[in-house]
Design a protein around this ligand. Structure first.
Ligand code: ADP
Ligand code: MG
Length: 245
């Protein structure tokens, strides 16, 4: 984490990428502050374009297009606990884990968003957190694309070979699904959403589990969306790409 600078403001901790910004204020994590400053050109991404649990906010700061995400809980527990997590130390927080993972994967030249900053707000034995990354321009998730369009066999193969690159470097994406694979207008593949992910030092069943999870997510969308352009052949193409050297 040597390219990150840490600052504390009472219960708030901000880590920012000092190779990108000399200073990074706590206000940049607050949508109400972003809205209030016209220079930042704040936008909330449209719900039909993104599948995040909470809002995905974009703004421009220091000439860079940035994305702000707040961490929200998923699953059953989210009915009771909205966005608080149990404090187990700074580096175990969602935001710091994702910042660190992105930083390592950037160093491995893997296609992920460039990490910009993380914010952790401590409150006793709980914390809330946010992360800011650089925007991947003109990118939509596979889930959004498949509702509108098909994805060609060549692009499916490319998705498979990109997943394989992550696996070869030991990157275990704990939540690989159709929402977390993005394609830009040139069909370049990016993976996002690494807060629960980790680098594995051993090869093992985790690679298979990633692929099973992705397939399950595509099948689930096929069953729940009125028009979802996914067929079994598509996953075969993906696996062709995954298994080719
Ligand atoms: N850096 C980024 N550039 C472009 N889009 C992004 C970026 N980060 C997130 N998104 C969009 O926001 C959505 C939600 O972000 P994600 O990291 O998956 O959070 P969540 O935990 O809410 O699923 C993604 O599916 C993607 O469409
Ligand atoms: Mg996601």
């Amino acid at each position: 984490m040597k390219s990150f600078e840490f600052n504390s403001y009472g219960n708030d901790i901000v880590a920012h990428n000092k190779t990108l910004f000399t200073e990074f204020s706590l206000d940049l994590f607050k949508p109400e502050c972003l809205v209030a400053n016209d220079v930042l050109q704040y936008r909330r991404m449209r719900a039909q374009d993104v599948n995040g649990r909470g809002g995905v906010h974009t703004f421009i700061f220091g000439g860079q297009d940035l994305v702000l995400r707040h961490y929200y809980r998923g699953g059953m527990i989210s009915k009771y606990i909205y966005d608080s997590y149990l404090w187990q130390g700074l580096y175990k927080s969602r935001a710091m884990n994702e910042l660190q993972m992105l930083s390592k994967m950037q160093a491995m030249s893997l296609p992920v968003p460039i990490p910009v900053a993380a914010h952790i707000q401590k409150n006793g034995f709980l914390y809330k957190a946010d992360i800011i990354t650089q925007l991947i321009p003109q990118a939509l998730s596979c889930s959004t694309i498949l509702i509108r369009n098909t994805i060609s066999a060549e692009v499916w193969q490319n998705i498979g070979s990109v997943i394989r690159r992550f696996h070869d470097k030991g990157c275990n994406h704990a939540d690989l699904n159709a929402h977390n694979i993005l394609l830009n207008e040139k069909n370049c593949v990016f993976l996002v959403d690494f807060d629960k992910s980790q680098i594995e030092t051993r090869s093992g069943s985790w690679k298979q589990r990633n692929l099973v999870r992705l397939k399950r997510s595509l099948l689930k969308l096929k069953n729940t969306e009125a028009n979802f352009n996914y067929s079994e052949q598509d996953f075969k193409s993906l696996m062709q790409g995954y298994n080719s050297d």
